[in-house]
Design a protein around this ligand. Structure first.
Ligand code: PLP
Length: 413
């Protein structure tokens, strides 16, 4: 692209989003052939069995019952105190680590990633994450004038690749003193992988070993966007305890988001939850991140924060939300189970799925596979080395038969 007025760091930026591209093709096909004939596996939101965007009913009730002033007033930059308490309380549940913990409100989980990159790495630094990752991590790094490097998420046996992780952490810390590690788990996007507790233990051990060099500062950014769709509430949270008692030059930041867990995607409400054994590190965490909020978006959505606070304060309402969410989770689980079963029958490889909105079929030529799938009116997202299937968005009836068609498209590509 030629530039006209853009400053040097902004030249050539272009939001080429494959997800929205694939999604708009699905939309066009629905107009041409009828909704019932088209499989739209591109959407990163829960759609019910009638393909209607799912809203947790009690969340809707609480939101609609808010007084208007609670929606339209400004909120404190740091976030409403009741919201911050709720975000931390709901994130940890029974697995609160032994540590100083504070939260700062952000514009979704995206805001957490933005602030963490800006405030905890130097301009020009490299941030690391796994090779399979949510695409916007790279854009967030580029926008902040940082680089993104990756380690292989899986080894040849499809297990978590701790040696690739350890090697990449060591390599980058030889070059720079600050390192941000983005770990998206549980229910990783795009694979659906969840690290086990022993795997988290290995991750933390690698960080602790590197932190023996006190000139180094490590930020472990746990992107927990899908935590509430990862299975049993308490079992999926036990890993959080491992963030307690870490050396003072390791900070854990949890990226809480209301987008999936509370079906509030467009309300843009999240929180960064800082966990540290060093009280001063947490004081600094709240100060610098509030400052960055002030200088980026000011305060966030007051109404959505009030919704979470209201849910958290009332045990009956909370239980209702959790029960309704479990029903959504169960539908996604059933869809994934159908796909996995049929994939096995069709000899189709998939990456290890544990839970969550997406699963991934590895492919050498994902664009060609996705293009071949148009013949069957199936629309999915081509990634660098695979095809992402949004089981969150496709009703069970349409999931049935999909794996065999994808197997055919993979074989023909
Ligand atoms: N992290 C991952 C892996 C995601 O898939 C998403 C949303 O799709 C987010 C973070 C951020 O979500 P939000 O900014 O809507 O909270």
């Amino acid at each position: 692209m030629t530039f006209r007025l853009a400053a040097s760091h902004a030249r050539g930026k272009f939001a080429n989003d494959k997800i929205f591209g694939a999604s708009s093709l699905a939309g066009q096909a629905m107009k041409l052939y009828g909704r019932e004939k088209v499989v739209n596996a591109t959407i990163g939101a829960f759609m019910d069995e009638q393909e209607v965007l799912g809203c947790i009913p009690t969340v809707e009730t609480v939101l609609r019952n808010l007084p208007i002033n609670e929606m339209i007033s400004y909120a404190p930059i740091a976030g409403l105190p009741g919201y911050l308490q709720a975000a931390a309380g709901l994130t940890f549940a029974d697995s609160r680590p032994e540590a100083y913990i504070e939260a700062v409100a952000t514009a979704g989980g995206t805001g957490v990633i933005h602030h963490t990159i800006w405030n905890y790495s130097e301009i020009g630094d490299t941030v690391i994450t796994s090779d399979w990752h949510w695409g916007p991590y790279a854009q967030l790094c580029q926008e902040a004038l940082r680089k993104l490097a990756t380690f292989a998420l899986f080894d040849e046996n499809q297990n978590f690749n701790i040696s690739a992780f350890a090697a990449k952490v060591a390599e980058i810390l030889k070059q720079q003193d600050n390192l941000i590690i983005i770990m998206n788990a549980p229910a990783h996007n795009p694979t659906g992988y969840s690290l086990t507790d022993p795997e988290w233990e290995q991750v933390v051990t690698v960080c602790k070993e590197q932190a023996l060099n006190t000139a180094k500062r490590i930020v472990l950014l746990a992107d927990i966007a899908y935590l509430d769709f990862a299975g049993d509430k308490n079992a999926s949270r036990t890993f959080l305890k491992k963030f307690g008692g870490l050396p003072s030059n390791i900070l854990t930041v949890l990226a809480f988001s209301m987008s999936k867990g509370y079906t509030m995607y467009g309300q843009r409400t999240g929180a960064m939850i800082g966990v540290s054994s060093d009280r001063e590190a947490i004081r600094e965490f709240t100060a610098i991140n509030q400052f960055t909020s002030r200088a980026t978006w000011s305060n966030i959505n007051r109404g959505a924060m009030s919704v979470l606070a209201a849910i958290y304060e009332d045990k009956t309402i909370l239980a209702q939300v959790e029960q309704e969410r479990r029903a959504f989770y169960q539908l996604i689980r059933n869809r994934a189970d159908i796909f996995i079963r049929e994939a096995q029958a069709a000899g189709l490889d998939i990456l290890p799925y544990r839970a969550g909105f997406f699963l991934t079929v590895p492919a050498h030529d994902p664009d060609t596979v996705c293009a071949k799938l148009y013949d069957d009116l199936i629309y999915a997202v081509p990634l660098a080395r695979g095809v992402r299937i949004a089981v969150c968005a496709v009703p069970s009836a349409k999931i049935t038969g999909m794996a065999a068609k994808i197997a055919k498209a993979v074989a023909a590509s």
